[in-house]
Design a protein around this ligand. Structure first.
Ligand code: ADP
Length: 484
C-alpha cells in the first residue's frame, strides 16, 4: 500500500493520543483489504486504560483550545482542510484499500469529508449568543454559548473519513476537544486525519484517535468517564440503543445517526430516465452500504415494467471489481457477514414469490463480491421491507395510489432519508410533507452536503450534522440574568 502513495509517511498504524504516536498495550489488530482479503496493516490495539488516558489528555487540552478566538481555531482548521484537499488522492487510496469503494468514490468522500472542516472552520467565528428583553425593569438577559467540553465519537466503516470529520470539525470549531474511535475495519483513514491534524498544528490533546479492537470497552469508557460530556455516534440503531442506555447514567448529551430504511418512490408522472439515474446513485453507491441508500423502491403500477427494464439496463453497465483498478464502479462488500445479509434478504424475497430480474449471486470474482441485483414482485411482508439490506439488492415494490405508498413508506421504525420522483407540484408538496423522514430527496438520489442538516427522526437518530445547526450539538447555552 505504501508504494501506491505519493507521500508514504501518511500511512501510520499507531494511535494518536495527546499529540504522541502510541502503541497499543493490547498489541495490534489486523486491517484487511476487502477486495483481496490480504492484511494491509496491523494497527495499535489500545486498552480501555489507554482510552481513558486519551480522555484525560483531551480534558487537559480543551480549556486552552476553547480560550482561543473563533478565528484562531478557524485558521488551524483551515490548514487541516487544505492538507486533506492537497492529499486527497493518497487519502482516497488508503480509504479504498481498507474499505473497498472505488477510488474515484473514495476521493469524492475525502472532498466531502474535508468540506465539513472548511464549513465549520468558518462557523467557528459565528457562535452567536442572544439578548432577550428583561422580565423586570432592572433585569438584563443574555444568552452565551460555550463548548460542551470533551466530545467522543464512535463511527462506522462505510464512510471512514467523512463520518469523523462531520463530527470532529464542528466539535473543534465550537472549542471542544475530541476523541475519535474509528471502526476496526477502517482505522487507517482515521489515523491519517491525525497525521494531518498534527501537521496543521492543531495542539496536542485536541484531536485524538484511539484505535481498538473492542468497541464495547471503548464505548463503556466513553459513557462512564465523567470527563466526557458528549457522545456522537454513527452506526446501527441496535448499538445506538446500547450507547444511549449507557450514557443515561451520567445524563450525557448524545447525537445519534442510526439506521435507515429509505423508501425511493417513482410516481407515474416521474421522468423515468432521471429516476433511474437517481436510483442507481442512491442504491448502488458504496455498493449499497450507506444509511441513506434506497432500501425499498416503490414504483407506481403504470410505469413499473418500464422502470424495471431501464433500471436493469443501467445495472448491466456496472463494473464490479477491485476499487483500485481503473473503471471499476462497484467494489466488494465489507465482509462475509454483509454478503450473508444480502443473501438472506434475497432468499426471503424469492421464497415468498418475488423474482430475480438481474444478478442474484455471489460474483465470479469470489471473496465478498456480489452481483448487483434487482428483484421484482416485492411486498411489505418481506424482510427487506423492514430491515436495511446494506448491499447491492434493489427490491421493486408495486403500488397503485399516493395514499397507499405513503402508508407503506412510513411503515417502519426508521426515518432517515427518503426519495421520490414526481412532477405534479401539489403531489410533490403533499408527499414531501407526509413522509416521516428527516430528509427528503425530490427528483434527486443524492442529498448529502455539508450545507444541510443531515439526520433522522423516529429510531434513525437524535440531532443533526452539517449546516449551521451542526455546531449546536457541541455547544451549551448559558443564560445570564443581570440586575442593573
Ligand atoms: P455497522 O453495521 O455500520 O457496523 P454498528 O452499529 O455495528 O454498525 O457499528 C458502528 C460502530 O459502533 C462500529 O465502529 C462498531 O465497532 C461500534 N460498536 C459496535 N458495538 C458497540 C458497542 N457495544 N459499544 C460501542 N461501540 C460499538
Amino acid at each position: 500500500l505504501k508504494s501506491l502513495l505519493n507521500d508514504p509517511t501518511l500511512l501510520e498504524s499507531r494511535a494518536y493520543v495527546n499529540g504522541a504516536w502510541t502503541d497499543g498495550s493490547d498489541g495490534t489488530f489486523d486491517v484487511t483489504n476487502p477486495a483481496r482479503g490480504d492484511v494491509i496493516a496491523q494497527v495499535a490495539d489500545l486498552s480501555r486504560a489507554q482510552v481513558a488516558e486519551a480522555i484525560d489528555a483531551a480534558y487537559a487540552a480543551q480549556k486552552e483550545w476553547a480560550a482561543l478566538t473563533g478565528k484562531e481555531r478557524a485558521n488551524l482548521l483551515r490548514k487541516w482542510f487544505d492538507l486533506m484537499t492537497e492529499n486527497a488522492e493518497d487519502l482516497g487510496i488508503i480509504l479504498t484499500a481498507e474499505q473497498g469503494k472505488p477510488k474515484s468514490e473514495a476521493v469524492g468522500e475525502i472532498h466531502y469529508g474535508a468540506s465539513f472542516v472548511e464549513f465549520f472552520a468558518e462557523e467557528a467565528k459565528r457562535v452567536y449568543g442572544e439578548t432577550i428583553p428583561g422580565h423586570q425593569r432592572d433585569k438584563r438577559i443574555t444568552v452565551i454559548k460555550q463548548p460542551i467540553g470533551v466530545a467522543a465519537s464512535i463511527t462506522p466503516w462505510n464512510f471512514p473519513n467523512a463520518m469523523i470529520t462531520r463530527k470532529a470539525a464542528p466539535a473543534l470549531a465550537a472549542g471542544c476537544a475530541f476523541v475519535a474511535r474509528p471502526a476496526k475495519e477502517t482505522p487507517l483513514s482515521a489515523i491519517v486525519l491525525a497525521v494531518l491534524a498534527e501537521r496543521a498544528g492543531i495542539p496536542a490533546g485536541v484531536f485524538n484517535v484511539v484505535t481498538s479492537s473492542s468497541a464495547s470497552a471503548t464505548g463503556k469508557e466513553f459513557c462512564e468517564n465523567p470527563k466526557v460530556r458528549k457522545l456522537t455516534f454513527t452506526g446501527s440503531t441496535e448499538v445506538g440503543r446500547i450507547l444511549l442506555r449507557q450514557a443515561a447514567d451520567q445524563v450525557m448529551k448524545c447525537s445519534m445517526e442510526l439506521g435507515g430504511n429509505a423508501p425511493f418512490i417513482v410516481f407515474d408522472d416521474a421522468d423515468l430516465d432521471a429516476a433511474v439515474e437517481g436510483a442507481m446513485l442512491c442504491k448502488f453507491r458504496n455498493n449499497g452500504q450507506t444509511c441513506v441508500c434506497a432500501n425499498r423502491i416503490y414504483v407506481q403500477a403504470g410505469v413499473y415494467d418500464a422502470f424495471a427494464a431501464k433500471l436493469a439496463e443501467a445495472v448491466a453497465k456496472l463494473n464490479v471489481g477491485d476499487g483500485l483498478s481503473d473503471g471499476v464502479t462497484t467494489g466488494p462488500l465489507i465482509n462475509e457477514d454483509a454478503v450473508e445479509k444480502v443473501e438472506e434478504h434475497l432468499n426471503d424475497v424469492t421464497s415468498h414469490g418475488g423474482a430475480i430480474l438481474t444478478g442474484g449471486q455471489r460474483h465470479a470474482l469470489g471473496g465478498t463480491f456480489f452481483e448487483p441485483t434487482i428483484v421484482t414482485g416485492v411486498t411489505q411482508d418481506m424482510m427487506v421491507a423492514q430491515d436495511e439490506t446494506f448491499g447491492p439488492l434493489a427490491p421493486l415494490f408495486k403500488f397503485e395510489s399516493d395514499e397507499e405508498v405513503i402508508e407503506m413508506a412510513n411503515d417502519t421504525i426508521f426515518g432517515l432519508a427518503s426519495y421520490f420522483y414526481a412532477k405534479d407540484l401539489s403531489r410533490v408538496y403533499r408527499v414531501a410533507e407526509a413522509l416521516e423522514y428527516g430528509m427528503v430527496g425530490i427528483n434527486t438520489g443524492i442529498i448529502s452536503t455539508e450545507l444541510a442538516p443531515f439526520g433522522g427522526v423516529k429510531q434513525s437518530g437524535l440531532g443533526r450534522e452539517g449546516s449551521h445547526h451542526g455546531i449546536e450539538e457541541f455547544l451549551e447555552m448559558k443564560y445570564l440574568c443581570m440586575s442593573v
